[in-house]
Design a protein around this ligand. Structure first.
Ligand code: FAD
Ligand code: 2HG
Ligand code: ZN
Length: 481
């Protein structure tokens, strides 16, 4: 592990946990949900990438909003720092303690509370695992507007807190649009009920948005209400190859124009990503094995008329072939083949983990410029590291991953601050969908003005004056300590 705790000074304002605190928490939660067991603490202290490792001595598992409220009220009065935790799949070191913060994990708050079949509005607790929600909705004939590779572990509360984007944002939009309401507990224990189930509600400031994407720094999300679209009968997937980046851009334009309302995903991976995933992911199979290509695209369509959709997709593919936008391609013949396309795409983060050390960047850049960065990075790094570029091209979101046998400060200094400066120069975002967490708290100025960050700090101060919620994360030291 490369623990970052050594790089961050523990804020001396925070108290240290004592026996009386433990007894108090046991009084609220009962002994079994106050965890001091070493093995469980190691897991809860360590992030998905095994890159960030805290040293918390306590994991709390509340079962209700009231329990969360009592925990926070007490921690606030004692000035005990806390880290809210969902499925712990975050990729920026936001979900684990930096030092000895108390971990509050929502996994026991996992009930679906209601589902309205007429409106498609689901209300559930924050600890529901995304995949369980997807399955529940599927049985009801609906779909979750959010899907991502970590669905088997991540929780809806974590998704909302990171404003996760994922694989179908192109079609359904972001959680700022799909989350209709939420309940959150502030640092002082106050429960804020914004759990509306209305499409339209212009009564004053729409404060739920403060909790969407604030990474547990303003409150703990305990319940969520989400608008879900009906499941449509016809889903198709195509796996295509392109010879160069210009062709991919044209393909995206054509897909938007010719597939229009049925387009539900447009994901890309470069040849280096394909090689990496084939070498390191179990069960990965190249759908286009005849030869290696520079770029691959996974297109998905979702519509309500099977023959119409197929016809549309086939016409689009024919047009793309004739105009040499694609050099090869395959249309999934059944659900298993479609799943194998998705397995390949969704498995890239895991393959990267298995390949060794990885420097991970999640950037929004205009589509036209997006791949220039990967190429420049390759030139900069030569053969000391493998530059792997993929992502949600339809949303202008590049996942730039630099894979190397081990972490090395010399390699890091070749990448940073260059990657952030480049992104800032092109007016992109240094965090498209993963958040800032610990990794990028001090990089915020590359994407936000001083005035904006100052306003964020004022809001933080108002909602969490003792700064007990997820310290050292999201906002830079200069405004947050
Ligand atoms: P955690 O990792 O536990 O926490 C994330 C942040 O939210 C932390 O700051 C934490 O303090 C806070 N938090 C968690 N729960 C709460 C709560 N109830 N209240 C307040 N704060 C809370 N992200 C994408 O956007 N798109 C993707 O396509 C995508 N794919 C991924 C694929 C893989 C294989 C992996 C490992 C990760 C991927 N991610 C993706 C990143 C990650 O899965 C998401 O950020 C996810 O939303 C995190 O949910 P979680 O429950 O695991 O949250
Ligand atoms: C994805 O789209 C995730 O697969 C992870 O957001 C991205 O590993 C990454 O860089
Ligand atoms: Zn992603």
């Amino acid at each position: 592990y490369s623990s970052l705790a050594g790089l961050v000074n523990r804020n001396p304002r925070f108290s240290t946990l004592n026996d009386e605190d433990i007894r108090y928490f046991e009084g609220i939660l009962g002994n079994k949900n106050v965890i001091q067991d070493e093995e469980r603490l190691i897991a809860a202290n360590t992030d998905w990438m095994h890159k960030y490792k805290g040293s918390s001595k306590l994991l709390l598992l509340p079962q209700s909003t009231d329990e969360v409220s009592q925990i926070l009220k007490y921690c606030n009065s004692r000035c005990l720092a806390v880290v809210p935790q969902g499925g712990n799949t975050g990729l920026v070191g936001g979900s684990v303690p930096v030092c000895d913060e108390v971990i509050i994990n929502l996994s026991l708050m996992n009930k679906i509370l209601s589902f309205d079949k007429v409106s498609g509005i689901l209300v559930c607790e924050a600890g529901c695992i995304l995949e369980n929600i997807i399955t529940f909705l599927d049985n009801e004939g609906f779909v979750m507007p959010l899907d991502l590779g970590a669905k088997g572990s991540c929780q809806i509360g974590g998704n909302v807190s990171t404003n996760a984007g994922g694989l179908r944002l192109l079609r359904y939009g972001s959680l700022h649009g799909n989350v209709l309401g939420l309940e959150a507990v502030l640092a002082n224990g106050t429960v804020i009920d914004m759990l509306k189930t209305l499409r339209k509600d212009n009564t004053g400031y729409d404060l739920k948005h403060l909790f969407i994407g604030s990474e547990g720094s303003l409150g703990i999300v305990t319940k969520v209400s989400i608008l879900t679209p009906p499941k449509l009968s016809s889903v198709n997937a195509a796996f295509l190859a392109c010879k160069d980046y210009i062709s991919i851009q044209k393909l995206l334009q054509e897909a938007k124009r010719r597939l229009g309302e049925i387009l539900s995903a447009f994901e890309f991976l470069d040849g280096q990503s394909m090689n990496l995933v084939l070498n390191h992911l179990e069960g990965a199979r190249n759908p286009l094995p005849a030869s290696m290509h520079n770029f691959y695209v996974l297109i998905e369509t979702t519509g309500s008329d099977e023959s119409f959709d197929k016809q549309k997709l086939e016409a689009f593919l024919l047009h793309s072939m004739e105009n040499e936008l694609i050099s090869d391609g395959v249309l999934a013949q059944d659900i298993n083949q479609a799943s194998s396309f998705w397995h390949l795409r969704e498995g890239i983060p895991e393959a990267l983990m298995r390949a060794g050390a990885v420097y991970k960047y999640d950037l929004s850049i205009t589509v036209e410029k997006l791949y220039d960065l990967a190429e420049e990075m390759r030139t900069r790094l030569g053969n000391v590291a493998n530059v792997v570029a993929y992502g949600h091209l339809g949303d202008g979101n590049l996942h730039l991953n630099i894979s190397a046998p081990q972490y090395d400060d010399k390699v890091l200094s070749q990448i940073e601050p260059y990657v952030y400066e480049w992104t800032s120069k092109h007016r992109g975002s240094i965090s498209a969908e993963h958040g800032l967490g610990l990794m990028k708290a001090n990089k915020i100025f590359y994407s936000q003005s001083h005035e904006t960050v100052q306003l964020m700090a004022s809001i933080k101060n108002l909602l969490d004056p003792n700064k007990i919620l997820n310290p050292y994360k999201v906002l830079p030291d200069s405004v947050s300590s």
